[in-house]
Design a protein around this ligand. Structure first.
Ligand code: FAD
Length: 531
């Protein structure tokens, strides 16, 4: 039988954003923390490079702000950038106080000086890290803290289906219990979407399963505006192996002198950008895409074999290990790489406290659009954004909690009209089709014609999915497909609205950048749902 749960705050997502928000809430606030798989299955766990923060003596908040604005190609909101960067040191201190073990400089360890790496777009060494397993270090420590907190109740393998809004407020969500196969009702005075990005819309992605944009789709259906979804970041260097899932080779490999090579061993990046391999990700991804298409190559190569083996083992143990598993040795030879969808820069529009258009609903982390990333996210600013906005949203919720109304009575999920599906092949077929046409038509280089084709196809898919959704019991695969198709449509519509090339959005039909930078804002068309 379906159940009803009541908490003060419902946090949907257990990545860096959701976990830290839950931990920042006051100890007397009853929190439900949800994850649709195990707690560590989001992108956070896989983050390798680290988190950007102003920590070095010679670095300044102003320099970090300017680098972020420059990477964002004129579209960042200065207020959001300054807010995020000026809170970076405090967030690092908070993570350290929770027990996250960041690498220290070998020569200075007594003074606790952090080892900082360099990444594309940054003018200083400012990436704090834990070898190349930074996300895992953060995730494990915060998970342990959340499990020990008496006020946080953790629910895994629960998939949020849709938000509940009544009396002009968000009051909870319908949640599929994957083990019991029932849709339960979770009621709360405030709801936080911390559901991560939507890179699984693409055939090749560095993201784990589950990055299906559920939060963006749910917020859109609940009447919230979304913005800048045309800016999909493609990571330039994922390890290429025809039989292995995409595996990311951290930017820090190029930061430590890794060179990109054509199949004949020639370096090529300086022909595209004077910064060479340290140019921002979009420039490097486009250059690799261009060279692969020009040469008809399956992949290009990344060479860091000039660095000593010990150095590579201590700085990049995860990448070295993965290479070994696939029969490659990064210390002895160039490794094959290709670009893959990596980060969703746009998302649900929020203010500096993570508030969305719907009262009572917050969005933090990759699912949100804070204005920090603009048209292109600078490397390692995303974990920082998760931490900073988790803290500010928690403070806003805590300040209001006593005055927030208790949720009103809501009807439970109705399954009386649906049956078990006998044709799951429809879901898997549509999954493949969606991700393939997004890769081919809405990928690194776009055109009007390709976008029109993609919109046509996604509209057809959506009507098939709607019919399926109306007739059969929901499953995680069906929910993810429904959300991905929704978010794919929003990505395509955003891309069609932008009549220029800027940051991560590059189209052959409008190769120039316009003088004025404008966000692409989409508003739900159902007037009853509008804020
Ligand atoms: C391979 C890789 C390397 C990266 N490296 C870096 C890096 O070095 N530095 C950096 O700053 N950034 C990096 N990033 C990006 C960064 O990791 C992510 O942007 C960030 O971790 C997102 O955190 P999040 O909390 O918003 O979401 P996630 O960590 O993705 O967590 C999402 C959570 O939401 C849950 N969820 C989603 N939908 C539902 C639903 N419908 N119902 C219930 N639960 C749901 C998931 O189960 C999960 O718990 C990397 C990303 C990848 C994939």
């Amino acid at each position: 039988m379906p159940r009803t749960y009541q908490h003060d705050v419902l946090v949907i997502g257990s990545g860096a954003a959701g976990l830290s928000l839950a931990l920042h809430l006051p100890a007397d606030c009853r929190v439900a923390l949800l994850s649709k798989a195990d707690l560590n299955q989001g992108s956070t766990y896989w983050a390798q490079g680290g988190m950007a923060a102003v920590l070095h003596d010679r670095d300044t908040v102003a320099a970090h702000v300017e680098d972020t604005l420059s990477a964002g190609a004129g579209l960042c909101q200065r207020e959001a950038v300054e807010f995020t960067v000026s809170n970076s040191r405090r967030c690092v201190e908070w993570l350290v106080s929770q027990g996250v073990d960041f690498d220290l400089r070998e020569d200075q360890s007594e003074n606790r000086e952090f080892h900082l790496t360099m990444e594309g777009g940054h003018s200083h060494r400012r990436i704090i890290h834990s070898a190349d397993r930074t996300g895992r270090a953060i995730s494990e420590v915060l998970t342990e803290k959340a499990q020990a907190a008496a006020n946080i109740e953790i629910f895994t393998h629960r998939v949020a289906v849709d938000l509940i809004h009544a009396d002009g407020r968000c009051q909870g969500a319908y949640i599929l219990d994957q083990k019991r196969e029932h849709v339960d009702l979770f009621q709360a005075r405030a709801v936080v979407l911390a559901t991560g990005g939507a890179s699984k819309a693409y055939l090749y992605t560095s993201n784990p399963d589950g990055a299906s944009g559920d939060g963006i789709a749910m917020a859109w259906r609940a009447g919230c505006r979304v913005a800048n979804l045309e800016f999909n970041q493609f990571h330039p260097t994922c390890l290429y192996h025809p039989k292995a899932k995409s595996f990311l080779v951290t930017e820090a490999v190029r930061g430590e002198g890794g060179k990109l090579l054509l199949p004949d061993g020639t370096r090529f990046m300086h022909g595209f950008d004077p910064r060479g391999e340290l140019a921002p990700r979009d420039v490097v991804a486009r250059a690799i895409d261009h060279e692969m298409k020009r040469l008809g190559a399956d992949c290009l190569y990344l060479d860091i074999s000039h660095q000593p083996r010990d150095f590579l083992e201590s700085h990049f143990p995860t990448v070295m290990q993965r290479c070994r598993e696939l029969g490659m040795d990064m210390a002895a030879e160039p490794i094959p790489v290709v670009p893959a969808a990596h980060y969703t820069c746009g998302g649900i529009i929020v203010d500096t406290a993570g508030r969305t258009d719907l009262p009572g609903l917050y969005a933090i982390g990759e699912t949100s659009c804070t204005g920090l990333h603009g048209a292109n996210r600078m490397a390692s600013n995303s974990l920082l954004e998760c931490l900073v906005y988790a803290e500010s949203a928690a403070a806003d919720i805590a300040a209001k909690l006593a005055s927030l109304p208790l949720p009103s009575a809501v009807r439970p999920w109705d399954e009386s009209q649906v049956t078990d599906s006998d044709e799951d092949v429809v879901i898997s077929h549509n999954w493949d089709e969606l991700r393939r046409f997004m890769w081919d038509y809405v990928g690194i280089v776009r055109t009007n014609k390709r976008l029109e084709r993609a919109l046509h196809r996604v509209t057809l898919l959506q009507s098939e999915i709607a019919e399926y959704y109306g007739n059969y019991k929901v499953s995680n695969d069906l929910l993810e497909l429904r959300n991905l198709a929704m978010v794919a449509e929003l990505m395509i519509r955003c891309a069609m609205e932008r009549k220029e090339s800027r940051g991560l959005h590059y189209t052959l039909d409008y190769p120039q950048q316009l003088a004025a930078a404008r966000d692409t804002v989409l508003t739900p068309s159902n007037p009853a749902l509008q804020p």
